[in-house]
Design a protein around this ligand. Structure first.
Ligand code: CP
Length: 338
């Protein structure tokens, strides 16, 4: 297998299944032997830059802990602490910033999504621009298209609770109404990585909430490659039947940026009308005793009821914990030898 040193992680689809398994297996071992000496010096004296355009609980905290546990350090950066060129102001180019950052740090994580982009794909373009100029790995910490660290943490959780072979298991990825206008990143990443690992996939959402057609085409291709099923339904209940995993999450419409910026209030006003689109105990009873998962933060009472989110089949905290372990594995594999 190829050495992963220096490899960017912008979407799991760009890594082979073997490479993803290498991350998962290392993360699983790191979880078992969390403070074993072999894992506490891998980033000794090295710094990971975390560049956040948007706020975070899990991503910032887990990356900071990950760097500390590997013997290194994570430095928090945000646009206001730098003087970067933007569409509206003069400043430093990505080329210069990336080249300089590469002289200091072992890796650079970037988060940019929701209201910090003016159109879908702008965040992805920015990460790829950093990747073009930097000599260190660029890691998506969630951007408008993808959230690879979340996808790996999701699969690590499913492997723990369903066993390592996920082939033939059914994932229901279901839209939830709510008072947030969320980017497509976590949902698209989950669809891509779960279909790579052989799961049957059903996506359920009200009409008008289509995801990126290119991503959906790739998910279909992944399912075809694995002889797995893929379907889209606009029925609020049908997808639950036979599901082994239910992943509920709000996401924005494809028209969210039609005004040249995120129409957050318009998206929220529209989403809140679909009150039936909540994952609740009655719908979960239609499943194959499914696990419930969500990347968090959860909009409880909208995306999912409390009794499901905090119920015996919920794996939300395991998955949140897995962010730490998969990120330690990613950092060790991509940054250790630099
Ligand atoms: N799931 C996730 O990325 O959480 P945060 O937004 O809190 O980082």
């Amino acid at each position: 297998m190829a050495d992963l040193t220096g490899k960017d992680l912008i979407c799991t689809q760009e890594w082979s299944v073997k490479e993803l398994l290498k991350v998962l297996e290392l993360a699983e071992d790191m979880k078992k032997k969390r403070f074993d000496k072999k894992y506490t010096r891998m980033l000794l004296n090295k710094t990971f830059f975390m560049f956040f355009y948007n706020p975070s609980v899990r991503t910032r905290q887990s990356f900071e802990c990950a760097a500390t546990e590997l013997g290194g350090h994570a430095q928090f950066l945000e646009p206001k602490s730098m003087r970067l060129k933007t569409a509206k102001s003069a400043g430093e180019t990505v080329e210069d910033a990336a080249k300089v950052m590469s002289r200091y740090a072992a890796g650079l994580g970037i988060r940019i999504l929701e209201d910090k982009v003016s159109h879908y794909g702008e965040g992805d373009d920015l990460l790829r621009e950093y990747a073009k100029w930097s000599d260190i790995p660029i890691i998506s910490m969630a951007h408008d298209k993808f959230h690879p660290c979340q996808g790996l943490a999701d699969v690590m959780g499913l492997r723990k609770h369903l066993g390592k072979n996920l082939k033939g298991r059914k994932l229901l990825q279901v839209w939830g109404h709510g008072a947030l206008a969320r980017s497509w990143c976590s949902v698209q990443e989950s669809l891509l990585i779960c279909s790579r690992f052989g799961m049957d996939v059903t996506v359920a959402y009200p009409e008008g909430y289509d995801l990126d057609p290119a991503v959906i085409a790739q998910v279909k291709e992944n399912c075809n490659d694995n002889k797995a099923k893929f379907e889209i339904t606009h029925d609020v209940r049908a997808g639950y039947k036979g599901a082994d995993v239910v992943y509920s999450r709000n996401w924005m419409t494809p028209h969210a940026y039609d005004k040249g910026e995120l129409d957050k209030q318009g998206e929220i006003d529209r989403a809140l009308k679909f009150t039936d689109w909540i994952c609740d105990a009655a719908k979960m009873r239609l499943t194959n005793n499914a696990l419930f998962t969500h990347p968090m933060p959860i909009d409880r009472g909208h995306e999912v009821t409390d009794d499901v989110a905090s119920g015996p089949r919920s794996i939300i905290y395991d998955v949140a914990e897995n962010r730490l372990h998969v990120q330690k594995a990613i950092m060790a594999l991509t940054m250790e030898k630099l």
